[in-house]
Ligand binder design. Structure first.
Ligand code: NAD
Length: 255
């Protein structure tokens, strides 16, 4: 087991990719705090599944876009399972809008959830590690859209592009403290965020043609890479973006 007796905090662990990571971490021997924004039923199910694996699991409601609430949120996570070793900034949201129509309200939300939240949660985590003289791992769930333009999702691209540079910067700033920082960039993964796509063969089939491995990814595909980055196998990996996209990024072209 790669993560025996480690403690992980995973934002947005109630469903989708975050849930897959939480369960995989528990299978690897970690105790887990997951956060959720609004789906307590999903969070409770994830917690039960993890507890059935014999690990400690706690769900905490929290909105990562509210920066002022993050210190209490992080303190509650530590109080629930003990000092955190691994932070996974997974919570994310996207808003579709042509650039000419995009609103400040949507921009603020997308940037706050996908970039500002990870920035300040990572700061809280890093401060705690530094003051207790422990190393740790920060993993951001970014996207191929930290590299690849995504017309009609400019705010999402701005946030994920920012997350790419945040990862590279923090990898350098936090290396002296034994803290590694890496991004995972998923391609098209079967989760609720893609519900519209999954239900519409006219959109799904052209996308599949862009994916050399010929299928969408699963939360488990992403979770395997997260388990690697969280483990001591990745102790010398920092500032990296690991693509989990079936080859999509380097094969994509607009029709
Ligand atoms: N599914 C994909 O194809 C794909 C591809 C690339 C990147 N990603 C990224 O993966 C991450 C997880 O996405 P997913 O596909 O599992 O989507 P999802 O919609 O299933 O899950 C999103 C999660 O984020 C949480 N969340 C949303 N807003 C929040 C807020 N304000 N505060 C706290 N939590 C909040 C939700 O509770 C949920 O758990 C996101 O960062 C997303 O950008 C997904």
């Amino acid at each position: 087991m790669k993560l025996q007796n480690k403690r992980a905090l995973i934002t947005g662990g109630d469903q989708g990719i975050g849930r897959g990571i939480a369960i995989r971490f528990a299978e690897e021997g970690a105790d887990v705090v997951i956060s959720y924004r609004s789906h307590q039923d999903n969070a409770d199910e994830t917690v039960k599944e993890i507890q059935a694996l014999g690990r400690k699991a706690v769900a905490i409601q929290g909105d990562v876009s509210v920066t002022s609430a993050l210190p209490k949120f992080f303190a509650d996570a530590v109080a629930a399972i003990g000092p955190i070793d691994i932070l996974v900034n997974n919570a994310g949201v996207e808003k579709r809008a042509e650039f000419l129509q995009a609103t400040a309200e949507d921009y603020d939300l997308v940037l706050a959830v996908n970039l500002k939240g990870p920035f300040f949660l990572s700061q809280l985590f890093a401060r705690e590690l530094v003051s207790s003289k422990r190393g740790g791992k920060i993993i951001n769930i970014s996207s191929v859209h930290e590299e690849l333009p995504f017309p009609n999702f400019a705010s999402y691209c701005a946030a994920k592009g920012g997350l790419k540079m945040l990862c590279r910067d923090l990898a350098i700033e936090l290396a002296p403290y034994g803290i590694t920082v890496n991004n995972i960039a998923p391609g098209a993964i079967k989760t609720p965020i893609n519900a519209n796509l999954l239900d519409d063969p006219a959109k799904l089939n052209p996308l599949l043609e862009h994916i050399p491995l010929g299928r969408m990814g699963s939360p488990e595909d992403v979770a395997g890479c997260a388990a690697f980055l969280a483990s001591s196998d990745a102790d010398y990996v920092t500032g990296a973006t690991l693509l989990v996209d079936g080859g999509l990024l380097f094969n994509y072209h607009e029709q």
